[in-house]
Design a protein around this ligand. Sequence first.
Ligand code: MF3
Ligand code: CO
Length: 268
Amino acid sequence: MAHRIWKRFSLTSLPSWETDMVTIKSEREIALMREAGRILAETHERLREYVAAGITTGEIDRKGEEIIRSYGCVPSFLGYEGYPASICVSVNDEVVHGIPDKKRHLEEGDIVSLDAGVIYKGYQSDAARTWPVGAVSQEAAKLIRVTEECFYEGIRYARSGNHLNDICSHIGDYAVSFGYGVVYDLVGHGIGSEMHEDPEIPNFRMNRKGILLKPGMTLAIEPMINMGRPDVCWTDDGWTVVTDDGSLSAHYENTVLITDGDPEILSL
Ligand code: MF3
Ligand code: CO
């Protein structure tokens, strides 16, 4: 289980929010997560330089692991639930968790999502970016831009005193206003000493408020947006999630700290 799969409402599956155990990080923990986030942000900036037609997704993973280790960090994805690489590299209709492949070359016009996580002195940061490979179609460029904007629409509400659904609903409503499909089978999550902590953070509006946000909460907020239908399925490698209808998908994620003022984006 990677991003945990959030179960939609039914008589037998209640949302977990009533029982969520959301940790409040101490100043010491926040300092470590800040450093983890800074390193992860730099990792993404450096990895971006390698994204070009011709490179293999396996090479991107190898570079990513090398960069992460050069900071004395551990790639959190490697070996997580058996995941075989350090970076998730998801191309075009792949939504998330694409497994890097030494024989798979990026091509001009592709879009590629890179998702990475680092552990620094026991604390985690998780972030994803979607990049164009060379010149891409206007539609693809717009999907990338709007997915990033979804994140920013959401974190406008990532403030102490608001509820989780304020974030979720604004992410989802923004994507839907462009006619895009919001992936509902995968969600964001709390993060700290574990990559996946409570709460689960859907990217769409719900009929309840969700937890009350408080200073010291750290959240991985990660819109996953499809150009077409929201439905996704898992391929037979057991990891790669693709859109059902074959449409393009983009992913943008940062680790965010709730404060008593503006949210702090730790992985930028
Ligand atoms: N960013 C992804 C997540 O939030 C990373 C998990 S991929 C895995 O779940 F490889 F680590 F499983
Ligand atoms: Co994540």
